[in-house]
Design a binder for this molecule. Sequence first.
Ligand code: AMP
Ligand code: ZN
Length: 494
Amino acid sequence: MPHSFSFYNTLSRKIDDFVPREEGKVSMYTCGPTVYHFAHIGNIRTYIMQDALIKALEYCGYDVKRVMNITDVGHLSSDADTGEDKMLAGAKREHKTVMEIADFYTKAFFKDFDAVGNKRPDVIEPATNCIPEFIHMVETLLEKGYAYVAGGNVYFDTSKLEDYYVFSSAIEKEELQVGVRDDVEEDTAKKNKTDFVLWFTKSKFEDQALKWDSPWGVGYPGWHIECSCISMKHLGEYIDIHCGGVDNIFPHHTNEIAQSESYLGHEWCKYWFHSNHLNDRAGKMSKSKGAVLTVSVLQEKGYDPLVYRFFCLQSHYRKPLEFSFDVLDNTVTAYNNLVKKVEGLIASDDALKAADKNLESFLNTVRSSADVDKAVLKEFEDKFADAISNDLNTSMAVTLLYDVFKADTNASTKLAIIDSFDKVLSLDLIGHALADDSADIDPELEAYIKDAIERRAAAKKAKDFATADAIRDELLTKGVEIKDTREGVKWTLV
Ligand code: AMP
Ligand code: ZN
């Protein structure tokens, strides 16, 4: 039986206990990137938090299948179906073809996506792969009376729905309706202001680069249709969790639900997981703003991408997060301190010190070590599962990581716990400790520790306990904790 799991469901507007349709199995859809520009570190925050969610579910015993699209067609500058095609704008800007742009930025996206320790989705599908599926859904929506053709385009008729603003409270719905009525509406072909395009044959941009034949003429799909179709293609008529950033709630996810449930005739997805934005001091980061700060740029500036992951994991996914280099620099220090502590654990134990330093074989040594105290390991794993299953409390999970170093147990057990936590945190602290040239700890510090331990042993032998205690305290002020064990004096960096 998987561990119970709860998280904030945007649809119910509360923290729900998660109950998948099939016990132990999770089908998950995540909106992928629009590949007309680099993904900035804000976009990557969203993918890090989704990665944490997937890994947290897996840690808690669920089997997750995740599908993600690549928006390589159809996303106009404005979410309200107006403005220039973003892909085309990218192609013009860089004097490339739309497909070259898509290919280049898809590769760049996955380079950064991988670098921050994310696991790739099981299925990654570009929208341009699924044109027949889009056409089929649009045809069905027309047949069922949920869509109409006007001015050459096919629109979804939102007036056919009892509840279009599914994510909003009663008060918000009223505000949204007033807002929409007051909007300056450019598209006069629409029957209702909230209607959205399913298929374009006529848009303001006649030179649209990618076009396909359809029953309504040569054209291209609207943006929202791709996620409904790609999800159904790979996950069937129901999904358990749909993810995205908060900006996706309206109109994108609202429209996805409208068309999917009208097409299917039943509820489509019960749990909606939205993570909040990364802002810089100037406000929300946005791809369309031009110069973007990416994970690759951070790397060029000398920052380890996993430090950025650590930065994200320390705050809750539902809170906006402000980025600054000052905070990132502090995160570097904190991350390096953790790596040093792991190095200290390795150096404090002769068997670990002598073990093969290749990461895989080292982890095998740790995992199979008879020294690992299974009860302590389980106690920490249970606490960790409680934290991450409680609305994905990653900052609590990080706090638990710090607690490991202070725990009253041996180095092998501590490393086994850190290794276990890393299934979700993916910070690779052990890998970094092994790779660090100075992994065997600063020789000066090590010599000092050895000397201090000997001086303390001599003091104890001479029954000079005051001096022995003073040496212990002196070590502590230098971040070294010593313990008397049956196997002799053991020390760790704390
Ligand atoms: P896009 O490629 O612009 O469609 O965005 C990819 C993902 O990043 C979407 O799920 C967005 O909701 C999310 N996103 C966009 N801007 C930000 C931001 N500033 N912070 C965090 N996530 C964002
Ligand atoms: Zn989507």
